[in-house]
Design a protein around this ligand. Structure first.
Ligand SMILES: [Zn+2]
Length: 234
C-alpha cells in the first residue's frame, strides 16, 4: 500500500478527465499500486456523474434516480473541505450504481509502451549511477518532459531544483530525500520551491517515472463547475 498519494484536487481533476496527459499518466500509474485511491476515484466518478447530471440538464440520464434532489446545490454552498468530507463519509457505490465503475483491471499503463522488463529498456546513462529513458520517444504526452529515471542502489542524485512542477511515481525500489522515504507506488508532487537530493535505498536500484513541468489545468466540465471553490488555486 502506498503511503504518498495524489491530493484530492488532483484525483478530482483526474476523475473529470481534465488533467494534462502526462500528469494523468502519473496518476494512473499510482492507481495501479493503490487501492485506496482507486476507491476514492470511484466515489469521485459517482459524484462527477451527480454534478454533471445537475449542471447539464440535457445529459440527465438513467443514473439520477440514485441522487437525492438538491444535493448538488448544497454542494456548491458547503465548500471544498466539507464536500470532500461528505464524499469520504459516503458508502462506496456498488458497481451497479456507479456510472463509471472501474473496480478491477488497474494495470500499469506504462506496460503498453515498454518491454516486459525494465532492464531491457534502452537506458541512456547520465552518470555512472543514474540512467534515463525518455518516454516521449515512445508515446506522445504533450509538452511535459516525461522519463523513467534509474538510480543505482544507494546512489545519491546531486541536489537540484527545477522550474515548475515535478511529479515522481516510484516504480521499483525506493529513495529518500530531505522530506521522507518513498517506496514502489508512492506519488510525490513537488514544486519549484523544493530543493532536493534523492538517494536510492540500499537494497535495489530505484526506478521512477518523472514528469516535469506538467501544467496544472482545471478546464474539464466538472472543474469549470467547481472552479469558484478553487479560486485560490488560479
Ligand atoms: Zn493512492
Amino acid at each position: 500500500m502506498s503511503a504518498h498519494h495524489p491530493d484530492d484536487l488532483t484525483l478530482l481533476d483526474y476523475a473529470a478527465g481534465s488533467l494534462d496527459l502526462a500528469q494523468a499518466l502519473a496518476v494512473s500509474v499510482h492507481l495501479g499500486f493503490c487501492s485506496q485511491c482507486q476507491s476514492q476515484l470511484r466515489k469521485l466518478n459517482a459524484l462527477g456523474g451527480v454534478l454533471l447530471a445537475e449542471t447539464k440538464p440535457a445529459s440527465v440520464g438513467a443514473n439520477d434516480d440514485q441522487i437525492a434532489e438538491g444535493a448538488q446545490t448544497e454542494a456548491l454552498d458547503e465548500g471544498f473541505e466539507a464536500l470532500m468530507a461528505r464524499i469520504e463519509s459516503e458508502p462506496e457505490a456498488s458497481p451497479k450504481q456507479s456510472p463509471a465503475p472501474k473496480t478491477t483491471g488497474y494495470h500499469n499503463p506504462l506496460e503498453r509502451y515498454l518491454p516486459a522488463s525494465l532492464d531491457e529498456l534502452n537506458w541512456q546513462q547520465q552518470t555512472r549511477e543514474i540512467a534515463k529513458f525518455d518516454l516521449t520517444n515512445v508515446v506522445d504526452l504533450g509538452s511535459a518532459r516525461v522519463a523513467l529515471q534509474k538510480i543505482k542502489a544507494g546512489a545519491k542524485v546531486p541536489v537540484h531544483t527545477h522550474r515548475g512542477n515535478e511529479l515522481t511515481v516510484v516504480l521499483k525500489g525506493g529513495f529518500s530525500d530531505e522530506l521522507g522515504v518513498y517506496h514502489a507506488g508512492d506519488y510525490i508532487a513537488r514544486d519549484s520551491s523544493h530543493k532536493h537530493s534523492p538517494t536510492a535505498l540500499q537494497n535495489e536500484d530505484c526506478v521512477c517515472l518523472t514528469v516535469l513541468d506538467a501544467p496544472m489545468k482545471f478546464t474539464g466540465p466538472l472543474m469549470r463547475w467547481l472552479n469558484p471553490l478553487f479560486a485560490w488555486r488560479a
